[in-house]
Design a binder for this molecule. Structure first.
Ligand SMILES: Nc1ncnc2c1ncn2[C@@H]1O[C@H](COP(=O)(O)OP(=O)(O)OP(=O)(O)O)[C@@H](O)[C@H]1O
Length: 209
């Protein structure tokens, strides 16, 4: 089974993926952050590195989806989806003028080709958070290259997340407002999330508990 967590930068996807993996005995597929040669340069010069970074993420996410497909007997939890790369990040860079028309069209055409080869997740979990929550969580983890993230960038991404999740029709999607949730130290908050997952997918004998 393929479960994916979707949400803006700093929404808590990686932390939730790890907690769910521990709880259910699932495997996590992380985003390609460590060893990503374009991520830090991208944050210092978006104009120059947007296309490179988008192609890098698209390829790495495509590889993940193919691997997930080949392991149908296991449950894998994916930290961010390929849809977000195209419909949110690349779209935002295009709208803000960091990706030019030609590069964006080339990227979208590559994405459309990839779409023909992949299947959507069985369940998407959208972690919805407002800007103050995102900013404070990004600060907490203290990555140097993320220190320059402008709240306006997060705001534009959040607007695209809203549009994307409203229209999403590739499969099931649950929305979890994490503004007032602390699923790390409050077990009831964590169980609120697992309850919703179990309502939406049949975990059957895969349950570890
Ligand atoms: N397609 C993309 N275009 C631009 N930046 C991207 C893209 N995909 C991921 N990123 C960025 O790469 C980094 C990934 O970091 P990480 O995997 O820790 O996730 P995150 O988005 O911060 O989420 P969370 O805190 O919810 O786990 C972030 O700065 C993130 O937004």
């Amino acid at each position: 089974m393929h479960i994916a967590i979707t949400g803006n930068i700093g929404a808590g996807k990686t932390t939730l993926a790890e907690k769910l993996a521990e709880h259910y005995g699932w495997e996590v597929y992380y985003e390609a952050v460590d060893g990503n040669p374009y991520l830090a340069p991208f944050y210092s010069d978006m104009q120059k590195w947007s296309f490179h970074l988008q192609v890098f993420f698209l390829n790495s996410r495509f590889e993940q989806v193919l691997k997930i497909k080949s392991k149908e007997d296991q449950t894998i939890i994916q930290d961010r989806t390929i849809y977000e790369d195209a419909y949110i990040f690349a779209q935002n860079l295009y709208e803000s003028g960091h990706l030019n028309e030609t590069d964006f069209q080339t990227y979208r055409s590559l994405f459309e080709t990839i779409m023909q080869a992949i299947t959507p997740p069985d369940l998407m979990i959208y972690l919805k958070a407002d800007i103050p929550k995102l900013v404070s969580q990004i600060k907490l983890r203290g990555r140097d290259y993320e220190a320059t993230i402008d709240p306006n960038y997060l705001h534009s991404l959040n607007q695209l997340y809203e549009q994307f999740t409203d229209k999403y029709d590739h499969g099931k999607l649950i929305e979890i407002d994490v503004n007032e949730l602390d699923f790390v130290s409050n077990q009831d908050h964590f169980l609120h999330i697992t309850k919703q997952i179990e309502k939406n997918v049949n975990l059957g004998k895969q349950l570890k508990i």
